[in-house]
Structure formats: C-alpha cells, structure tokens
Design a binder for this molecule. Structure first.
Ligand code: GAP
Length: 519
C-alpha cells in the first residue's frame, strides 16, 4: 500500500476510534487545531507520563515546573522571538496558496533522496545477495548524478538560510522548477518573513491594555524561573528543569494532520551546565533521548539524527531526532545547545543579576543550557504511525491492530463475559473491579467475542480477558495477547500482577536505567 494511503487510513482511524477529532467540527473545523478524544487523551497522558518519569523521576538532578502561558511581553523581546521567530513565506499567484519557502525546498531535497532510494531498491532486487550498496552509490551514473545535484542544492539552501537571503530562496525555487501542487504553475511572489507568534490583549482598553503573546515555546517559562528553582531547590549545576505545556504558533503551512498544529503541546527540559561543558552534555542528552525513543520498541531503524542546516538565533549546536513517518523521516524532537543566550538576555532586559555561584570552582557565571524539546502531538503521531498495522489472517479474515507499547496503550485490559447471562457479567465485573484501580480497563458485553476482540485490537489494548462458564467453576479465565492473538487459560487471581508488570512501564525504566549505568 502506498504510504500516502496508509497515512489517510491512519487519520480516519484516529477519528473513528476516538483518538483525534478536528476542533470545532460542527462549525466545519478550525485550521490545524485538533481535539483528543476518549482514547487519544489516554494515549497522550501516557506519553507525557513516560517522558516525565524518565526525565524527572529517573534523574536526581532534574526537577519539574508548571509556568503560566501568559508571560510579560518583554520576555519575548529579550528571547529574540519578537524580532526573529519568523518563517519565510511565498505565495503562488495562480492558486493564491501560501507556502513556506524552506519547506518547498526541503521537499525537493526529499524528492532527490527518494529517487536515489528507488534506484537502490531496484538494483537490490536485481542483484540479490551479491548487491554492494556502497559501490552502487559510488558508481551508478544515475545515482551519482542525482546525489551531486542534491548536495549542490543542499549547500546552496543552507547558505541562503544562514544568510537570511530571501531572494536566493526564491531563486532556488525558480531554478529547481518547483511548482505549486495546486495550480501546477511556477508563478511565485517574492519571499517574505512572517512572525509566528499569536498576540492578544490583557486588561481593559480604558485602563490601557497590554499586548501579550501566547508562548511559542514553554522554554522561556523555565529560563525566567531559573533562580527561583535553583535557590528554593538548592540545586547545584549541572541540573535540569522540565516542563510540559501548551505552545502556540501561527503556522503558515498547517498540513499533515497533527504534525504541524497552531496549538500544540511541548515537553521541554533545560539543563544548566558550566560554560565550556556544554558539548559534553549535548552528547549526553542526545544519547539519552534517543534511548528513550528506542526503548519503546518501534524499531531502531526508524529513528535518525538530523543536524540543523540553520541554527536558531540562540543555538551553537542543534540536532533533531527524526522518526520514519508515512510521509518520510520527520522531526519529533530537537536537542539544542542554547549557550547562555537566554539567561543573559533576561538579565539584560530585566536588570536583574541571573548568575550561579559554583562552590566547586569558587566562581559565579551565567550557566550554559542544553535543551531537549519534544512535541507531545508529534510523538503521538509517530507512535500511531509505528503501531498501525493491517493484517491478513488465516481463513481470509483481516484485522487492523495498533501494536502500541503496552505502557502507552489507552486501555490496558478489556474484560469480556462470553455471554450476557448465567452470572458471567457479574463475575466479569468482579474481576474488573480488582484491576481497575491500577490500570485503565474496559468492560464490553456487546456483540460476538470476535467482534469485541477486533474493537480492542483497533485501539491497541494489549490484553483481553474472557470470562466463561468454566470461570464460575474454577476461577480460570482466557487471556488473549493482542499481537500474537494467542490465548492462554490462567487463574483469575494471577491477572493483576501479570498484566501490571507489562503495562506499568517498569520495563521501559529498566532499559533506561541500564542505559544510564553504561554512561
Ligand atoms: N524550545 C525549542 C523549540 O521550541 P522547536 O524545534 O521549534 O524548538 C520543538 O520545537 C518541538 O516542538 C519539535 O521538535 C516538535 O516536536 C514540536 N513542534 C514545534 N512546532 C510544532 C507544531 N506547529 N505542531 C506540533 N508540534 C510542533
């Protein structure tokens, strides 16, 4: 199945099974804003819990924070967002559609990559085991030619971005003959900068209202609380402050479902270090964050690092963790070395001294910062994309199953009486009540047992427990495992511990703790 079709199916699956709805749907929706339904909110909460526990609980020197969305407007002047938080936009004069110039060029780069991958796949098929990919890349005329074009484009693009050269960005679009996907023409406007921050007003107009911004990142709430947390928590550098919260960006191109939203949620951690030690910690957090992703078991080959072509105004090093989405490898998380830019700027604009006295070296300094920043919604999408599976079964039947990591599944176990009579519902509810305090459970007695299994597969429930007449006699039940569909008869008294061990997330923490010990 084409990846585009997989993505369409995933989007409709999200709606059909209560994961994600378009916002304000009965009023025809609101662009790039989404609501999370009954299963979506559980999955989202589980993702947030996995992140929070891994960052705050697992690390002695990382603590949490929940800062307000509304902040003093000077914060955004100091941070550089008022002047520099822009995207380069370009309009097609025929379709009147607006695009991000950098995204159009990135898509062109991806087209070159796809072309190369196709040549390689074709050759692999033709030559079988004797195929030497490295040699093929170096010697095949088509591949070498495409790679050369791609590299030249990449160099030109990175330079244009870093020089902030909008004319050159437009020229690249013209030279690469990039067309508008809607009109099919190359009738482009100039490239202009567009600030992504939403504004609103605080206070009544009569009293003189104040223009304030909806935060485009949660990080600034951490920076302006640096001293509060450091002093009250008696924190010693190096230490981190972690926060989960909403962020808002007036994205020009809001496509690909919840990948690029105007209201979204971030999980960010700022790690404050001694000046000069930032690269060591940058490498440390890069490795730890990659392990956090890979511990979920979605396949190591589906993740990659991608270093930034253009560094943000505050960074001296930056990389993305990308996941293989149905529309290619895409950024899920950014890891940035932000220098001491933000703390210094806030010191300058507020007139307050923001420094740390380091007793070990008997010196005061403005700490440097390593940031890990991941979008909850993008993580949600990557997990669903990795988990969505269509399977052909024996006997011509098929099923859609979400092979979610058990710790993230919205529902951990469904308890199903085989029939709606003979005391089976009562027994099922008794078993349910023993489980529900420790995990999210569902009770379902409608339709055939096969249909009920399919419903649970479709929302990624790792365990189904069926209560039948034998249960009343010997207290045994059938437990069915989602991925293998295997069934086993066990004593109902064993259910609680067996399931909790698999769904609690302890296994993930074992993996991460081991990873930390190795470092
Ligand atoms: N504090 C740094 C920062 O905000 P970023 O790379 O702009 O860095 C970090 O954003 C993460 O936030 C991204 O990797 C992505 O997961 C998420 N994100 C950013 N913009 C988003 C959007 N419009 N919709 C959904 N997620 C977004």
């Amino acid at each position: 199945m084409a990846q585009e079709d997989v993505f369409k199916k995933l989007v409709s699956h999200c709606k059909e099974y209560g994961f994600v709805f378009p916002s304000s749907e009965i009023y025809d929706g609101l662009g790039a804003v989404y609501d999370y339904g009954q299963n979506g909110v559980e999955l989202k909460n589980n993702i947030k819990k996995y992140w929070w526990d891994a960052m705050v609980k697992l690390n002695d020197n990382v603590v949490g924070l929940d800062s307000a969305i509304f902040m003093h407007p000077t914060i955004w002047k100091a941070s550089g967002h008022v002047d520099a938080f822009n995207d380069p936009l370009i309009d097609n004069k025929d379709s009147k559609k607006r695009y991000r110039a950098d995204v159009l060029i990135e898509e062109q780069l991806a087209k070159y990559d796809e072309k190369i991958e196709k040549e390689i796949a074709k050759a692999k098929k033709k030559f079988g085991d004797s195929f030497d990919e490295q040699k093929f890349r170096e010697t095949n005329n088509h591949v070498v030619e495409t790679q050369t074009k791609r590299d030249a484009l990449h160099t030109r693009f990175a330079k244009a971005l870093n020089d902030n050269n909008l004319e050159e960005l437009r020229q690249i679009i013209i030279d690469e003959e990039i067309v508008c996907p809607i009109s099919g023409t190359r009738n482009w406007t100039e490239v202009r900068q567009f600030n992504l921050m939403f504004t609103t007003e605080m206070g009544s107009t009569a009293d003189g209202s104040m223009k304030i911004y909806l935060r485009p990142e949660t990080a600034q709430g951490i920076f302006v609380n640096f001293l509060n947390v450091q002093k009250t928590g008696r924190m010693k550098v190096p230490f981190g402050i972690a926060q989960i919260g909403k962020a808002f960006r007036n994205e020009i191109v809001a496509r690909q479902f919840i990948f690029r939203m105007r209201e979204f949620e971030q999980m960010e951690m700022q790690f404050f270090v001694r000046p000069g030690e930032e690269m060591k910690w940058f490498e440390y957090w890069k490795a730890f964050r990659m392990k956090w992703h890979q511990a979920l078991g979605m396949g190591a080959e589906n993740y990659q690092f991608h270093d930034h072509d253009k560094l943000a105004h505050y960074a001296n090093a930056a990389t993305d963790i990308e996941f293989r989405m149905p529309f290619g490898f895409k950024e899920v998380e950014g890891i940035h070395s932000r220098t001491n830019f933000d703390l210094s700027q806030h010191a300058k604009y507020s007139g307050k001294k923001i420094e740390y006295f380091d007793p070990e070296i008997n010196q005061s300094y403005t700490p440097y910062v390593i940031e890990t920043s991941i979008g909850v919604d993008r993580m949600f999408l990557s997990i669903l994309a990795g988990a969505y599976t269509e399977e052909q079964l024996e006997g011509g039947d098929s099923r859609v199953v979400l092979k979610l990591p058990a710790a993230l599944s919205p529902v951990k176990v469904a308890v199903l009486p085989l029939v709606k009579k003979d005391g089976l519902p009562d027994k099922a509810r008794e078993i349910l009540s023993n489980l529900r305090l420790d995990m999210n459970c569902q009770y379902d007695e409608k339709d055939s047992i096969g249909k009920r299994y399919r419903r649970q597969d479709a929302i990624g429930t790792p365990f189904c427990v069926t209560v039948d007449h034998q249960t009343l006699e010997d207290n045994t039940v059938t437990i069915r495992y989602r991925d293998s569909m295997e069934q086993e008869r066990i004593d109902a008294s064993k259910l609680h511990d067996l399931i909790l061990d698999k769904v609690s997330g302890k296994e993930l923490f074992r993996i991460l703790s081991e990873a930390k010990k190795e470092e």
